[in-house]
Design a protein. Sequence first.
Length: 431
Amino acid sequence: MLQKFVNSDFRGLFNNGVFMRLFFGRVVTDVGDSLYFIGSMWMVLELTGSPFYTGVAAALMRIPDILTVFIGPLVDRWRLRRILLSTQLINGVAVLLVPLAALTGHLSVWLVLFLIPLLKLINGFVYPAQNAALPRLVEEDELTRANSLFSTSLRTVDMIANAIAGALIAIIGAVALFVVNSVTFAVAAIIFVGVTVPKTTRKDDVETEDATDNGDADKGGYLVELREGIDYVRGSALPAVLFGMMVNNLAAVAVTAILPAFADSIGGPAVYGLLVAAIGAGGLVGAASAFLVEDLPFGWLAAVAHFSSGALIFVAIAVPGVWATALLVFIATIPTGMCNVLFFSMVQSTVDNTLLGRVTSLVSGTLSMMAPAGGLLGGALGSAVGSVTALYGVSITIGLIGIYYLLHPQLNDLSPVTEINETQLGLKQPD
C-alpha cells in the first residue's frame, strides 16, 4: 500500500488544463458554500437565540439534496459549462440579499431560512455536472485519483473555510461575510468560463459542447429520461449500497445538530471549532488516500469502514480530555471518507456514459433523503436526552451500518472498485 502511494502519478491530471479549471472552480465554489453555511447557521442563532431554529436551518440545508434526483436529466441535456456558470452567478447575486436587507432594516430569520434551501438547490446542479464531466475529461484509470482530488478539495475547504468564516464573523460580522461570499461565487464563475467539456452522445460520438446545444432533446422527454435512469439501477446492488449510505447521512447530519451543544458541555465554542476541524481533516485524509485501498473488495471495505467509525466515535465521546476526543473523531472520519470516494468512482466507472448524469443525480438525491430528518432528529434527541447520550446513539447507528454491509448478500462479496463492472452490480444495459 505504501509503495502504491509512492508510485502514484497525478501528473496526467495536473497537465489536463480543462480538468484543472474545473477543479479550481469547484474549490472556489466550495469556499463559497462553506462561508454561506457557517454564516447562515450563525446568523440564524444570532437572530433567534434558539437551537431549534438552527436545527430547522440544518434540515432546510439538506432538503434540496433530495430534489437532485430530478436534476440528472437536465444535466444530461444541458451544456455543462452553462450550468456551472449560471449557478455561480445566481448564487452570487442571491447572497447579497442578506446585507441589502440588513442595510434597509428588513433582515429577519425568515429571509435567511428562505435563502438556505433556495441557494442549496441552485448549487445542486454543480455536483452532478462535475460528475458527468469527469469521465469525459480524464482516462478511466485516473477516475479514482480525480475523485480523490475533488473530494480532498472539499474536505480541505470545509476544514479551512469554516475556521476562516468563524474568524471573519468575529472581525467583520455575519452580514459582511455574505459580501465576501458573493465575491467567491463571482470568482468561481470566471474560472468556469474556461471549462469546455466533450459531450458523449447516445451513439458514442464525441463532440464538444460548444458545437452542440439541445439537439438531442427530442430523443426523449424529461420524464422518459428520468425513468430510464430509475429502470437502469432497479434490481441492482446500487439501491442496497445507497440504503446504508442514506442512514450514514442521517447520522452525520444528526451529529451536525448535536455537536455545538456537546462541545459547549466540554469546553465551549473553541472546542466546537476544534471538533469541526477534526471532522474535516479526517474526511480530507480519507478522501486523499482512497486510491490506496481501491484494490480491496468494496463490500468488505464498506463494512469495516462504518463499524470502525462508529466504534471510534463511541470511544471519543467517553474518553476524557478535549484533545483525545478530537483525535479520535479525526481518525473515525477517515474510513468513511475513503468509502465515499470509492463509491462514486465505482458509479462513474460502471454506469453507461449516456445515463451518468441522471444516475449521479438519482444517487445524490437518494443519499440525501434522510439527511433533513437527521437535523431535526439530532436536535430533538439532544434536547430530550442530552447531547452526550444522543451522540452515543448516533455512534451505535453508524456501527450497525457496517454490520448491514457485512450481512447483505448483494454487498458482502462486491469486488474492488478497479474490477467491478455493470454485470456484477446488476445494472441493466440501456436500449
